[in-house]
Ligand binder design. Structure first.
Ligand code: IPD
Ligand code: CA
Ligand code: CA
Length: 258
């Protein structure tokens, strides 16, 4: 089986398992604090995906949220997997969470898949093949007036309420756009941008497994993505992220012209 078919099969079985899984508070634990959760489902799904990937492609690297990378893996292909992106939503809402699988070769994208589990919406893209939501092509919005834009951010607290070098700019931006929304999942919010349901995305905290699948979808949907400082998004380290429906919007953001 090719890598893309394996990823498709894996993400659909992960979704089916999550949809039917019972979840009690006793299955939830804190990682660093009460805002940083993990459940046994996160661990089970990541283990299942790792097993499937490494069973077929033992030389590939697997970078996931819940387990360290196998030190033996040394191939040029890297998988970035988040078994549940939006664990807090999974626990408190039982919706608005995703499984995210991105695959890159020699630091170039091969494909990305993000499954909105409860809506059964699969966002996906292969490099050079456009972006898709289930069977329909998706594209970023064409909105160009700042006052018409919907800005989405996965974590209001860190990006808007706490101190960081661009906090003043973020507050000005929040006043300039039509509205700010926060779903609580980096992957799903980047997919909202990819399908025109949001126009701009910003966060001061994101990890490779959060965004390395959705960024492939976004770029295939016509959007652009970089760090909040305007640099190329790193593939293997935690970073700030800013994403836009057009290069013009990116320029405006970098110049603080709103
Ligand atoms: C988190 C979510 C959240 C974002 C955090 C992520 P998790 O992922 O995407 O919205 O603000 O930075 O870590 O922990 O639910 O996989
Ligand atoms: Ca995540
Ligand atoms: Ca996660």
């Amino acid at each position: 089986m090719e890598r893309f078919e394996l990823a498709m099969k894996g993400i659909m079985s992960a979704g089916a398992a999550l949809r039917r899984s019972p979840m009690g508070e006793d299955q939830v634990s804190r990682k660093t604090d009460h805002q940083d959760l993990v459940t046994c489902r996160d661990r089970e799904i990541e283990q299942m995906l790792r097993r499937e990937i490494l069973g077929s492609f033992p030389m590939d690297r697997v970078v996931g949220e819940e387990y360290p990378e196998d030190p033996g893996s040394c191939g040029g292909v890297a998988w970035y997997i988040d078994p549940i992106d939006g664990t807090t939503n999974f626990v408190n809402q039982r919706r608005n969470y995703a499984v995210s699988i991105g695959c890159w070769k020699d630091e170039r994208p091969l494909f990305g898949l993000v499954l909105d589990v409860e809506r059964e919406a699969l966002y996906w893209a292969k490099a050079g093949g456009g972006a898709w939501k289930n069977g329909s092509a998706i594209h970023v919005s064409g909105r160009s007036q700042v006052s018409d834009l919907l800005l989405t951010t996965p974590c209001i607290q860190h990006t808007f309420l706490e101190e960081h070098p661009r906090r003043g700019d973020m507050l000005r931006l929040a006043r300039a756009v039509r509205a700010v929304r926060s779903l609580g999942s980096v992957a799903l919010e980047l997919c909202q941008l990819s399908s025109g349901e949001a126009d701009m995305f910003v966060t001061v905290r994101s990890a490779p497994w959060d965004h390395n699948a959705a960024r492939v979808i976004l770029q295939e949907a016509g959007g652009c993505i970089c760090t909040m400082e305007g640099e190329e998004l790193p593939l293997n380290s935690k970073t700030t992220v800013a994403a836009f429906n057009s290069p013009e919007m990116r320029r405006l953001f970098m110049q603080g012209g709103y």
